[in-house]
Design a protein around this ligand. Structure first.
Ligand code: PEP
Ligand code: MN
Length: 338
């Protein structure tokens, strides 16, 4: 349920509502908006009606949350969430661009990429240190050494680091280095991982599973939000269909559909979404035109040498071209890329 506070409710009124809810054995999430403060209560809704909440001082109304996802819902928070992770700001008027290789391969590779993408206007640096690979014989990532190289790249360029965490036990280690924890498509429904991330305060990039519905994506986000971590970005990265001309099928209606239902920002990954470098710029541009709050793009100084996903990876000039097109589209929509 949502407890809507009156405009003139005092901090004492709010504290009383919070402790009343806790006394009912439920979890209050206070959301302070510019127009109103609400307390989203998640848990056993049945207790709500008999609880006498409506009569507490400062309470305007008590409403059920209709969507199955609760804290993620627009019903609870009408204003967009702006995720801030160092140099990366995503949501509202700001569009963030996260660029970098699929995997961190070497010091030279990540530093050269970081310097170049920063110069071209990226605000975040991606790079997998723990790679979830389809084959156990493929390159699995440099692990902690990769995280150290990312931290070095951040040190030099100031770019926020976005890197994947693949298992709950690794969360403390990856969270020590990362500015944004990426949950990969294969792990979108790894609920123990989502819970572990929910207990950190590190911003999250949650990728859609290739066979997951958008409602399942929002419920996965809800696991993180319910743990108390509110800095969640959703990422459309393409789904599996019968079509084979692209690696995945990249549905862009996801963007306005999610925006209508959630306050969380929506990012698009046109690299995994298409699987082909020559399709990435168009789909990035289309994503911005459709209202995306950010992009995550694979970029490598020499894609043909990439240890993973080379075929969908842009070289530096191609990334520069993508940025210049996207910057113009963003400006036409009164948004900014930097
Ligand atoms: C990646 O970002 O390199 C990655 C593995 O993506 P996904 O989880 O979307 O497949
Ligand atoms: Mn990749």
């Amino acid at each position: 349920m949502i407890i809507v506070m009156q405009a003139h409710a005092t901090p004492v009124d709010l504290a009383q509502v919070v402790s009343h809810v806790e006394g009912m054995g439920l979890r209050p999430h206070v959301i302070v908006g510019t127009e109103r403060t609400v307390v989203a209560v998640v848990g056993a809704e049945r207790a709500a009606t008999a609880s006498g909440l409506e009569t507490l001082p400062g309470v305007a109304s008590v409403l059920p949350i209709l969507a199955p996802y609760k804290v993620a819902s627009r019903e609870v928070q009408s204003e967009p969430t702006v995720v801030k992770a160092g140099s990366l700001v995503v949501g509202g008027k700001r569009i963030g661009v996260i660029a970098g290789p699929c995997a961190v391969e070497s010091r030279e590779q990540i530093l050269e990429t970081a310097r170049a993408v920063k110069k071209l206007g990226a605000t975040g640096l991606r790079g997998g240190a723990f790679k979830p690979r389809t084959s156990p014989y493929s390159f699995q990532g440099l692990k902690e050494q990769g995280l150290q190289l990312l931290a070095e790249a951040r040190e030099e360029t100031g770019l926020a680091i976005v890197t994947e965490v693949v298992s709950p036990e690794d969360v403390p280690l990856v969270a020590r280095y990362a500015d944004v924890l990426q949950v990969g498509a294969r792990n979108m429904q790894n609920y123990r991982l989502l819970e572990a991330i929910g207990h950190t305060h590190v911003p999250v990039l949650l990728k859609r599973g290739p066979a997951a519905t958008l409602e399942e994506l929002l419920l996965a986000a809800e696991y993180i939000l319910a743990g108390g971590n509110r800095q969640v970005m959703l990422c459309e990265r393409g789904i599996r269909t019968f079509e084979t001309h692209t690696r995945f099928t990249l549905p862009l209606a996801t963007i306005p559909w999610l925006h209508a239902r959630t306050h969380l920002p929506v990012i698009v990954d046109p690299s995994h979404g298409t699987g082909h470098a020559n399709l990435v710029e168009s789909m990035a541009a289309a994503s911005i035109a459709a209202g995306a709050d950010g992009l995550i793009v694979e970029v490598h100084p020499d894609p043909k040498l990439a240890a993973s996903d080379g075929g969908q990876t842009l070289d530096l000039p191609a990334f520069g071209q993508l940025m210049s097109v996207c910057r113009r589209i963003a400006a036409a929509l009164d948004r900014s890329l930097d």
